[in-house]
Design a protein. Structure first.
Length: 225
């Protein structure tokens, strides 16, 4: 009976802390920006998707994907109402100076199985403010045919409504997350417990991106004349 009461008390405490955290996030005023609400598309010329993974404890091997796209529905005054979706062409994996056969191995059955699972799909499910220019974006990530939630720690770098040389709204973000590849069915080469001999399970992902959105109102007025 005492144990049951203790578990109930712990449960209520966790729920209360969650409600407090949620209320605190809702009370954070978002960073001011001239960028309007609306639909935004990825500016691929100003975007990168890189990842790092530990290699036998000697280095953090870095690689990237070169073909990906994203759509953003932005509400600057109420970021929690925003959402983003993205797709990554797994076959665009671009390792640095790969030795013969290395890229084929990565795209083969031991790792990505790109022929069977050519796309990585990301879909946000929740946006929670943690500071005026920062948010925690909870998302569903589908990779290697398996879907798991991931959390992107995201920074809003700024935005504008447009100007004469760039007559469309523009916003920029930096984001970071870490996931375990074994959760997505790619456990080949993960070091045995207590060793570093192999390729690490933790994948550190960094995203830099700019999006373009609605046309600049002054530009619209100019073109109507």
């Amino acid at each position: 009976m005492r144990m049951k009461k203790l578990l109930l008390a712990c449960g209520f405490a966790v729920l209360a802390l969650g409600n407090i955290a949620s209320a605190a996030a809702q009370s954070i005023a978002p960073a001011a920006t001239e960028a309007p609400a609306g639909a935004y598309t990825l500016d691929k010329a100003h975007a990168s998707l890189t990842f790092r993974v530990n290699h036998i404890g000697f280095s953090n091997y870095t690689s990237r994907f070169t073909r990906f796209d994203a759509k953003l529905r932005l509400d600057p005054k109420n970021p929690s109402a925003s959402n983003v979706t993205a797709t990554v062409d797994v076959r665009s994996l671009a390792p640095n100076t790969p030795p013969a056969g290395f890229l084929a191995q990565l795209l083969g059955k031991q790792f990505f199985e790109a022929a069977k699972y050519p796309k990585m799909i990301f879909h946000s499910t929740r946006v929670e403010m943690t500071a005026p220019n920062k948010a925690r974006i909870t998302s569903d990530l589908t990779l290697h045919g398996i879907t798991h939630p991931v959390v992107l720690e995201t920074t809003f770098n700024g935005g504008y409504a447009g100007f004469a040389l760039d007559p469309y709204a523009r916003v920029g973000f930096s984001a970071h997350t870490t996931l375990k590849r074994s959760q997505f069915g790619m456990g080949y080469g993960v070091p045995a417990p207590g060793t570093t001999m192999g390729v690490g399970d933790d994948i550190d992902i960094a995203i830099e991106c700019e999006f373009t959105g609605p046309a600049w109102k002054n530009h619209q007025n100019t073109t109507k004349k």
